[in-house]
Write a protein that binds this ligand. Structure first.
Ligand SMILES: O=c1[nH]c(=O)c2[nH]c(=O)[nH]c2[nH]1
Length: 310
């Protein structure tokens, strides 16, 4: 700290205390291509990365002491360099590698918090064959990963997920038997539309080192495709009594499929589709069993959440 900075520390009683602080770069957009020279097949990954650091950084807030600050610009540069130096797949291992780097490199950084959203680039099929280097965006769904790396005690927490997977079923969903009192107007239904934007996260048992994450690297992709398949299969096939009950079944199946996962959570909006009474026009029947034209609602929506552990 320079003498000028030291002077700025005003010795007041009841000086406000930093309760917690972290900083870094978010919305770092990265694209990586992998080229197979033999086959000519290229594989692409596009992601948005956030990286926040914690440690002995309080004086940067309280005393204008930038000597403890790894510039957020350098954090962004590090993300690019690590993407070049190491594989970005599976993203769980890349996130953990990035987090561990900041702990190893800077003695005063005690934890690193990495969030990655992987955007979809699905390979095109042209004349029935997978195209070697052309892709399309088949939806806004993202695969998400977070890694929280801690120096002492050494630990890397990894969570994986699916976000923004929009699904709808046109029947096979009911909702009845709920509380009826003087606040209730909703009718019971044995047949309704069910639609949601899937937000699902599965949290792995904590890893004690980067090597332990590396040892598990072959489990991450199958867990993601398994969780995605389970989400869609249960959504489609469950004779749903409620969002609550259907999501609980999804959680249970993911816990069964991936023994290394200790917790699964879902956060599901219930995106309502309202029946429209059209009887005012020539007596048209469009309610109950005759309902065909509905009004999709932008809001309000239900929001149903749960965390399920073993
Ligand atoms: O599946 C549902 N769960 C609810 O808690 C709820 N509440 C509501 O109005 N509709 C629904 N649907």
């Amino acid at each position: 700290m320079s003498p000028a900075q030291a002077e700025r520390i005003v010795p007041v009683t009841n000086m406000p205390t930093i309760a917690s602080a972290r900083y870094g770069k978010e919305n770092v957009r990265v694209y990586k291509v992998q080229k197979d020279a033999e086959t000519g097949i290229q594989t692409v990954t596009e992601m948005t990365v956030s990286c926040l650091l914690e440690g002995q950084i309080e004086t940067s807030y309280t005393a204008a002491d930038n000597s403890v600050v790894v510039a957020t610009d350098s954090i962004k540069n590090t993300i690019y360099i690590k993407a070049k130096e190491t594989s970005v797949n599976p993203p769980e291992l890349f996130a953990a590698t990035l987090g561990q780097h900041f702990l190893d490199k800077y003695s005063h950084i005690t934890s690193a918090h990495i969030d990655i959203a992987i955007h979809r680039w699905t390979r095109m099929t042209i004349d029935g064959k997978p195209h070697p280097h052309s892709f399309y965006r088949d939806g806004e769904e993202v695969r998400s990963v977070s890694a929280n790396a801690y120096k002492s005690p050494a630990k890397i927490e990894v969570a994986s997920g699916i976000k923004k997977l929009t699904v709808l079923k046109s029947t096979g969903s009911a909702f009845h038997g709920f509380v009826r009192d003087e606040f209730t107007t909703l009718g019971e239904t044995w047949d309704r539309i069910l639609s949601t934007d899937v937000d699902c996260t599965w949290t792995w048992k904590a890893f004690d080192s980067l090597e332990a994450v590396d040892d598990a690297k072959d489990k991450f992709d199958p867990a993601w495709s398994g969780a995605r398949d389970i989400t869609m299969k249960v959504f489609a096939e469950d004779d749903s009594a409620s969002v609550q009950n259907t999501m609980y079944k999804m959680c249970g199946q993911i816990l069964d499929k991936v023994p290394e996962v200790e917790k699964v959570d879902y956060s599901l909006p219930n995106k309502h589709y309202f029946e429209i009474d059209l009887s005012w026009h020539k007596g048209i029947k469009n309610t109950g069993k005759d309902a065909e034209v509905f009004a999709p609602q932008s809001g309000p929506n239900g929001l149903i959440r749960c965390e399920v552990t073993r």
